[in-house]
Write a protein that binds this ligand. Structure first.
Ligand code: FES
Length: 69
């Protein structure tokens, strides 16, 4: 249980990395295309460098610290 009373938050921001979504979600990309996910946890790219937008492909890990979200 978190200090806010939630046992498991639905959205987690990873410092320097992606946004983690727990459960079913629809993510709209910059072009307005909807991407549906039904995975237990999905990672949304925040650095803009993933080759699999809107999903994180781990590219943020090789970016210089100044370019990480
Ligand atoms: S946040 Fe992981 S590739 Fe962009």
């Amino acid at each position: 249980m978190t200090e806010h009373g939630f046992e498991h938050p639905d959205v987690i921001i990873c410092p320097g990395g992606p946004l983690l979504l727990r459960g079913d979600h629809v993510v709209e990309d910059a072009d307005g295309v909807a991407h549906e996910t039904r995975r237990p946890v999905s990672a949304v790219c925040r650095c803009g460098k993933s080759a699999d937008q809107p999903w994180c492909d781990g590219t943020h890990k090789v970016l210089p610290a100044r370019d990480r979200p």
